[in-house]
Design a protein around this ligand. Structure first.
Ligand code: FMN
Length: 186
């Protein structure tokens, strides 16, 4: 699927069919995630693919979000702080590390959409409970929990008008630029 089409199609989905996700697709999606840019090319992300029903139940409980139970696959995005802290200090640990993982996650979401799958990125969770269950070591954080599967919902999701979110030359300078006159085609 064309990249613009995938960007337009991607929406957070919280209802999944029973259809299994093919391992080959999971591999492709993770490869796309791993091709994201990262500060100093440190690639501090790591992914845990969870299909086990008991583990999914514990993760859903740690997130307090029942729809995660319906997802055939949950991908937990881990963030190894060790090397990034050595390279970039506190700023690397608190800021770049999360930015890198967020970029990997967006690649992951778009790749999944391109392969006909649906996702929901969740970041509200009891991190320690998930770390305990998945035996994640102390220096590794969890930056995201992603539900992955085939959708049984209609995609929705609205955006504020882009021209209200874009300034020119300085903060607060609204104009009606020609770049917004043409509709972004699918
Ligand atoms: C950092 C972050 C945390 C999020 N956490 C949750 C969450 O805990 N539960 C949830 O259902 N959706 C979560 N979402 C999904 C957002 O609700 C969703 O992206 C937003 O409403 C826009 O809808 P769309 O993704 O369909 O375009 C999160 C998204 C982001 C980027």
């Amino acid at each position: 699927m064309d990249v613009f089409k995938a960007i337009k199609k991607r929406r957070s989905v919280r209802g999944f069919s029973d259809k299994k996700v093919e391992d080959e697709k999971i591999g492709k999606i993770l490869e796309a995630a791993s091709l994201a840019p990262s500060s100093g090319n440190v690639q501090n992300w790591m992914f845990i693919v969870v299909k086990d029903a008991n583990k999914k139940e514990i993760i859903a409980d740690a997130c307090k979000q029942d729809f995660l139970l319906e997802a055939p696959v949950i991908i937990v995005v881990c963030d190894d702080k060790e090397k990034i802290e050595l390279l970039f200090g506190e700023k690397g640990k608190e800021f770049y590390a999360i930015q890198n993982c967020a970029l990997a996650i967006e690649n992951l979401l778009l790749a999944a959409t391109g392969l006909g799958l649906a996702t929901c990125f969740t970041a509200v969770f009891d991190e320690e409970a998930i770390k305990r269950e998945l035996e994640v070591p102390g220096n590794v954080s969890i930056d995201g929990v992603i539900a992955l599967g085939y959708s049984k919902e209609k995609e929705k999701g609205k955006r504020l008008p882009l021209k209200l979110k874009t300034y020119f030359e300085k903060f607060g300078n609204f104009i009606k630029p020609s770049i917004f006159l043409k509709k972004f085609k699918k």
